[in-house]
Design a protein around this ligand. Structure first.
Ligand code: PEP
Ligand code: MG
Length: 291
């Protein structure tokens, strides 16, 4: 079976009706690049930047971030590289940010909520992303989005950063801006969000936990925390329809993207990109060709 799967590494899979599907890798560090390329990753669907910020005493500088994002974009060019802005909260604190105790950190001050307040941390990341946009095919992904006002605030900051960089005569390229669909609010407001961004990426890990009100890490509610639950599938279908109607692309980057039983459902609903851990890529490519 391994030898048979190996032949799928290098293909760019399409469905039986000829829709090309991007099967990309979820990465947390540059050290995982080679493994992803060997597995046949068609780009990166989710780079979790929090690993750059965690377990260190000093936050990564703008220069260090620029280097990391540039190397990533180069390694996979011309394939897309989707870099998610810092998605961190009181459950995984980082140096330099005061997180007060929260009874419910997964419902708390995290992700884009924290970044919009701590622009001293967020702006260097946005500037680094803009600088990296001159190479490859870079896409910026915002986590934990609940409504379009958050997107507007990030866009205003991006514009501010771009003006600063232009004044410093730093070259910039084109980029796409997208949002994670991982809160029920984002699903209910999917039409409005689709009008304000270039793409959606469904975070099935959090979307499942928030739709079902069932902690993704608590084994006692694992029976409820199922992406195949009709409630979660309805949420995914609604978000996907909003994307298709608006003419933007939609991917899936939660663990469920690699599930052979769910891939047909995603593709039927208009998903065109699946992003997963590298080891799952050949098997998922094979599954796409069967759909
Ligand atoms: C998700 O929520 O599905 C996701 C991909 O992001 P994370 O697992 O990093 O929360
Ligand atoms: Mg998430």
């Amino acid at each position: 079976e391994r030898a048979a799967l190996a032949s799928y590494r290098t293909i760019e899979p399409a469905t039986k009706d000829g829709r090309r599907i991007e099967v990309a890798a979820n990465l947390g560090s540059l050290a995982e690049i080679d493994k992803a390329l060997e597995a046949g990753a068609m780009g990166v669907g989710l780079f979790r930047t929090e690993f750059l910020f965690m377990e260190r005493k000093v936050l990564p500088s703008e220069a260090e971030q620029t280097e990391v994002y540039t190397r990533l974009a180069k390694a996979f060019a011309p394939h897309p590289v989707v870099i998610r802005t810092l998605d961190i909260g009181g459950d995984k604190p980082i140096a330099g940010v005061e997180f007060e105790h929260e009874d419910n950190p997964f419902l708390g001050w995290r992700g884009v909520r924290m970044c919009l307040e701590r622009t001293d941390i967020f702006k260097p990341q946005l500037r680094a992303l803009l600088k990296a946009s001159i190479v490859g095919n870079l896409k910026i992904l915002l986590p934990m989005i609940a409504d379009a006002s958050e997107v507007a605030k990030v866009r205003a900051l991006l514009d501010e950063c771009a003006d600063e960089l232009a004044a410093e005569t730093v070259p910039m390229g084109a980029y796409e801006l997208g949002v994670m669909i991982e809160t029920p609010a984002a699903v209910f407001l999917a039409d409005e969000l689709a009008a304000s961004v270039d793409f959606f990426s469904i975070g099935t890990n959090d979307l499942t936990q928030y739709v079902m009100a069932a902690d993704r890490l608590n084994p006692k509610v694992a029976d409820l925390n199922r992406t195949e639950h009709p409630a979660v599938k309805a949420a995914i279908a609604k978000a996907a329809k909003a994307a298709v109607d608006a003419g933007i692309w939609i991917g899936v980057c939660g663990e469920a993207a690699a599930r052979l039983d769910l891939i047909p459902f995603f593709l039927e609903n208009g998903v065109s990109e699946l992003s997963m851990s590298s080891a799952s890529i050949p098997r998922a490519k094979k599954r796409v060709t069967e759909c």
